[in-house]
Design a protein around this ligand. Sequence first.
Ligand SMILES: O=C(O)[C@H]1O[C@H](OP(=O)(O)OP(=O)(O)OC[C@H]2O[C@@H](n3ccc(=O)[nH]c3=O)[C@H](O)[C@@H]2O)[C@H](O)[C@@H](O)[C@H]1O
Length: 429
Amino acid sequence: MERNNYFGRVTNRWHTTGSAKLFFFSVFLLAITIFICFRVTANGMVDGYISSAYHSTNGGTIRPAFKSDHAWDTKVTQSCTPERENGLVVLVTGAAGFVGSHISLALKKRGDGLVGLDNFNDYYEVSLKRARQELLLKQGIFVIEDDINDAALLKHLFDMIQFTHVMHLAAQAGVRYAMQNPMSYIHSNIAGLVTLFEACKSANPQPAVVWASSSSVYGLNSKVPFSESDRTDQPASLYAATKKAGEELAHTYNHIYGLSITGLRFFTVYGPWGRPDMAYFSFTRDILKGKPINIYKGQNDRDLARDFTFIDDIVKGCVASLDTSGRSTGSGGKKRGAATFRTFNLGNTSPVTVPVLVEILEKHLKVEAKKEFIKMPRNGDVPFTHANVSLAQTQLGYKPTTNLEIGLKKFVNWYVKYYGVQTTKTRRL
Ligand SMILES: O=C(O)[C@H]1O[C@H](OP(=O)(O)OP(=O)(O)OC[C@H]2O[C@@H](n3ccc(=O)[nH]c3=O)[C@H](O)[C@@H]2O)[C@H](O)[C@@H](O)[C@H]1O
């Protein structure tokens, strides 16, 4: 009885104040709507060319989505027009990145049409990405500034241009950074990859896709050299796990939709215009500044080793992959028959230890490094990598020709020029 009275009192009060509550509720809803609209407008995303994934999973800087107009469409179309008969028409993602910029220049040089796409995130110095963009622009290559998670942009691009190929290099790179910002790897290497595959599978005609996987998928594999058929189910880092997941996703899109897909497992790529987060680059910077460098040691005090691969060799492998990829077989999102699905190692086949890498740098820089040997932190690094490239050799004609000594010389020459380093002022060995 008491209970019934209580509920009765509450119900009465609700009725008497009902219209006031309705009013406040409406004002509240209106305020939220205005707030959301403001956020969207502030980010320059009023055109609707933006996917929700772009917001929800991005661990880094959120950049404005593109705004298409006639001038923009003309730039894209011009950039994509081949200058040779039967030239490829390629979308290069990550075009302002290290590997992406080199491949873009190589394709342009032989007369292919291409447009770049890059989100210019601040994982490492954005000015270097801008300088690469400038280099590309001088050769007539337009780089769109946007994220691969922007499904509306991709749809617009594929509706406008009949791409024969996609060279997909946009990714969150770096093995150790995954411990600081795991979501940026999910954003780019998983969500971004799926957004791109979705656009490719729906495109008419479907392009063939060549994309960058990583030597890190071999993880704790101890069989050397690493062959494509070796185990890849023991990733040592979140980065490696996202690349491995990418390989599985690629298989699905090939199987269901007939997308021609080639995955390339790159082995520690280095060279001019490289990535400042990588050891050879950051060591160079610190050696020249007289700052100490940390050289990691593995179990039982063993040196770590990498199959360092020079950028020009990687570019040749990528271009050969594009040329041999075979057509996708789907149309309107439906598969018509089996399509190419390949995985290749692109390495140098001769691992070098990290202390030897430092010795070569000291020689080229003519400066002695302040070396500090420390136990490898538990950060996802693997003790060594070593590529077996016989499959790429047979099917792509891939044959690495630059050893670390020569490749680092080319890198140091570029570094000194790009950063205007006064080598004469540095201490000589
Ligand atoms: O092939 C790949 O799939 C990956 O290659 C690259 O990763 P890694 O092979 O780890 O290259 P990198 O960082 O240059 O470290 C080289 C060596 O120096 C050691 N290292 C590193 C830093 C340091 O301070 N000290 C040190 O000893 C370190 O322990 C290691 O032994 C790409 O970054 C990655 O994006 C991915 O593409």
